[in-house]
Every structure is written in structure tokens, then in C-alpha cells.
Design a protein around this ligand. Structure first.
Ligand code: AMP
Ligand code: GLY
Length: 427
């Protein structure tokens, strides 16, 4: 079967790489892909939001399955668009993708179905939000309702910061219509964990757990980023937390979606805060995480294509998923200045160095220019290594990262450091 992967990041390189290993896969296409994706497929110069051009390409190239990486096309209804044309596509419909594209939709669904999450209030008027802030305790979390390139969440430490966030979102419309409505919620404390769940509308299968490292600098300091590195399995998750997640989150969520007439088929990625009172849902994403995908998929022994097919066909209950028992660590190499302003077009050296089998280099913000690979984004590469221990995986990942060079390259030196020596019991 020919497969089309939509998107251009490290997540999409990892998805294409894993799908290529499937016995059912023939040609893999990436739209638009990056300088790494030609290792496993063919790049097609169609942007992820040009649905008619993507449909045309899928029809002309006998694509048996399209896999959507990023949230934007899902929120824009790419799945409905493809299905209306009789094409098979992996991902939630536009109405199901509201779980990510509207934080208020997700919050109301969670409330209605008793799913543990931060207590919050919804506002449509800036004045009411400001009045609420004046009565609140801090820190407090302010969220734009819609998609805002991962920048729509502000943790305000006092009234002034809170009011500035409300002003930026609701009055200045810094995130456009995403800030038409906002959510103000209690600030939870604990440790975060990324769960990836294949959902077929009726049943679900957990993928391996992971932990992201969102802050730009060592010691969880500096500004928030899309993710500077990851670890799998998560060292803060357990069989007991899994049971609580099944009972308190997944069951009521599927029931709640069904009674709302929404069928979720695709990958659900709940971000959890593990608090002293148990797991709380911070957010639902409706697509694979980045860099979580780059740390999870190298541990997957099963056929990803078959799992995607089972998700679409509603037969996940008949599947079993096998995992490599080793730990995986992913280190993200970023452009100088990221997540702020950065330059692109810097030549990258050291990509051709011979590497152990347990090391994978996934491209993110890269492009080819006159036969050379140059930087083309904030997060440039994701270096993943497997190891018998977290310490071994870290050593291998950092060894590989140290062989790659480009002007301004920076990466965190402490990815998964907190998990070294931790007893890791689950997948
Ligand atoms: P979101 O876009 O909802 O995923 O939020 C992005 C990040 O903001 C999360 O990964 C958390 O680090 C942080 N965050 C979101 N909601 C809360 C909350 N209620 N309490 C504390 N931190 C939060
Ligand atoms: N790494 C977090 C995300 O993909 O949303």
C-alpha cells in the first residue's frame, strides 16, 4: 500500500520511518516532509493545509492510507474532507478534534463526565475575566480557547501578569480567534506525563508512556518550547496510575463522547499532571506528540500500519502491541535563539557519521539546499538512542548529538537525567 504522511517535523519523520518498516507498506510520501524524510520516502511539495491538492495527490498516486501529523489540518477538518472523497485517512474528524482545538469544549466534556482536571472558569468578556482575577489566588493559569502554536497557555504569578495575558488574548487578539474565549484555571503542581492512546471509537490501546522536557534550558528553566527532549517509558507512571487513568479518564471520556454523538478515531494524547491527589488531565491533544513520537516509536516492535488500520476499522480490541523493553532518550538539537528569534540556512555537518543501530536521527527543521542539509526551523533534529538503562540511552544519545554541528546549535544536557537510576516498571 502507498502511504501519505502529512507534516514536516521530527514527528512526521519518525512516523514515516516506522511505517516504512511495515510489511504492508510500499511507497511512502511526505507532504511536505523535510531533508530527512527522503531516507524513507519521497517528498511532495504540498503544504499540510492545502486539502484539495492533497486529495488530488492521494487519488493520482493510489494512496491507501493518509496519516496526519499536525493539529492544524485535523482542526480544519482534513479527515472529513478526505473521507467525503472516499479516501482512507488516520486521524479524528473535525468534531472529535475539538478536544484539542477548543480547550473549552474539552473542559466542559471533562466536567460533565467527572474526569479529573483543574477547576476552571470560562470567559467571553475581558472585563469579567479581569474581575475574576482580582478575586483569585495566584499563580493561576490562563488559556486561550483555540490553537495558538503552543503559546496559548500562560501561568500568571500575580494580578498584573494575569491581566496582561487577558489583554493580549482577548483585546489585542494575539492568537486571533483562539482568544475570543478564554479559560482561567487553578495551577496544578506535580510532574507531567505524556500518554498516547489509539482510540477506535469503542475501545483503545495504550502506547508507551513518555515524558517531555518543555523548558528551553537545563534544570527546567527558561521559556517554554515545543519540547527539547523526551524519555520513554515515563519514570513517574505506574500500573496503579494506569488503572486510575483507565477508570477515571478513558471510560468516562469515551462514554461522554458517545453521548455527545462524537466518534473519536485516531491518536489521543492526554497530557497529565500527576498530583499528590492523583492524575489530572491538563489537556487533550488529538495527534502524536513531538518529540514524544521520536522517543516512543523506536521502542515499538509491532506493525504501526496494522495498528492504524485497526483504529480506522474499529478492531483495536483484537490487537496486541509489543514493546522493546529498553529505555529510549531523545535529545532535540535547536537553532540558536529558539524558542525566540533564530536564523535558518545554517549548514549541518556530522549527519553521515556511522552510528550504532540503537541510535536514530530524526530530522525536524531541515531542508536540502544545493545538495547540503541546512537548518530550516527552531527544532532542527531529534537524536534518539535506546539503552538497557536510562543512563546508557542518555550516553548514546549525547554521544551522537555531540557529533552533529551547525552554527548556533543548542540542546539541553539534562534530558532524562532525573530518571537515571529510577525503577521503571511500565511501558
Ligand atoms: P496545554 O497547552 O494545555 O498543554 O498547556 C501547556 C503546558 O502548560 C502544560 O504542559 C503544562 O506544563 C502547563 N499547564 C497547563 N495547564 C496547567 C495547569 N492547570 N496547572 C499547571 N500547569 C499547567
Ligand atoms: N511535546 C508536546 C506536544 O507535542 O504537544
Amino acid at each position: 500500500m502507498n502511504i501519505l504522511v502529512i507534516g514536516s517535523g521530527g514527528r512526521e519523520h519518525a512516523l514515516a520511518w516506522k511505517l516504512k518498516q511495515s510489511p504492508g507498506a510500499d511507497r511512502i510520501f511526505c507532504a511536505p516532509g523535510n531533508a530527512g524524510t527522503p531516507e524513507v520516502g519521497e517528498n511532495v511539495a504540498i503544504p499540510a493545509n492545502d486539502f484539495p491538492a492533497l486529495v488530488r495527490f492521494a487519488k493520482e498516486n493510489n494512496i491507501g492510507l493518509t496519516v496526519v501529523g499536525p493539529d492544524d489540518p485535523l482542526a480544519g477538518g482534513i479527515v472529513d474532507f478526505f473521507e467525503a472523497e472516499g479516501l482512507r485517512i488516520f486521524g479524528p474528524s473535525k468534531s472529535a478534534a475539538q478536544l484539542e482545538s477548543s480547550k473549552i469544549f474539552a473542559k466542559e466534556l471533562m466536567r460533565k463526565n467527572g474526569i479529573p482536571t483543574a477547576r476552571g472558569a470560562i470567559f467571553q468578556e475581558a472585563a469579567a475575566a479581569v474581575a475574576f482575577l482580582r478575586e483569585s489566588r495566584f499563580p493561576i493559569v490562563i488559556k486561550a480557547d483555540g490553537l495558538a502554536l503552543g503559546k496559548g497557555v500562560i501561568v500568571a504569578k500575580d494580578v498584573a501578569e494575569g491581566c496582561a495575558a487577558v489583554e493580549a488574548m482577548m483585546k489585542e487578539r494575539r492568537f486571533g480567534d483562539a482568544g475570543k474565549r478564554i479559560l482561567i484555571e487553578e495551577c496544578l503542581t506535580g510532574s507531567e506525563c505524556s500518554l498516547h492512546v489509539l482510540v477506535d471509537g469503542k475501545s483503545y490501546r495504550m502506547l508507551a508512556t513518555a515524558r517531555d522536557h518543555k523548558r528551553a534550558h537545563d534544570g527546567d528553566t527558561g521559556p517554554n518550547t515545543g519540547g527539547m527532549g523526551a524519555l520513554s517509558p515515563a519514570d513517574n507512571f505506574s500500573a496503579e496510575l494506569q488503572a486510575r487513568f483507565d477508570d477515571a479518564v478513558m471510560r468516562p471520556l469515551l462514554q461522554g463522547l458517545n453521548s455527545a454523538g462524537v466518534k473519536f478515531r485516531g491518536l489521543l494524547f492526554p497530557g497529565l499532571m500527576i498530583t499528590s491527589e492523583g492524575p489530572r488531565v491538563l489537556e487533550f491533544n488529538c495527534r502524536f506528540g513531538d518529540p514524544e513520537t521520536q522517543v516512543i516509536l523506536p521502542r515499538l516492535k509491532s506493525d504501526l500500519l496494522a495498528l492504524f488500520e485497526a483504529t480506522i476499522d474499529g478492531t483495536l480490541d483484537r490487537t496486541a502491541i509489543e514493546w522493546d523493553e529498553r529505555a529510549a532518550v531523545t535529545v532535540v538539537l535547536a537553532s540558536g535563539g529558539y524558542p525566540g528569534k533564530y536564523e535558518v540556512g545554517k549548514p549541518i555537518s556530522g549527519l553521515d557519521t556511522a552510528r550504532p543501530q540503537a541510535v536514530h536521527i530524526f530530522h525536524a527543521g531541515t531542508r536540502e539546499e544545493s545538495g547540503a542539509v541546512v537548518t530550516a526551523g527552531g527544532r532542527v533534529l531529534a537524536v534518539t538512542a535506546l539503552g538497557e538503562t536510562v543512563a546508557a540511552a542518555r550516553t548514546a544519545a549525547y554521544e551522537a548529538a555531540s557529533q552533529i554541528h551547525f552554527e548556533g546549535c543548542h540542546y539541553r544536557r539534562d534530558i532524562a537525567l532525573g530518571a537515571v537510576g529510577a525503577k521503571i516498571v511500565t511501558h
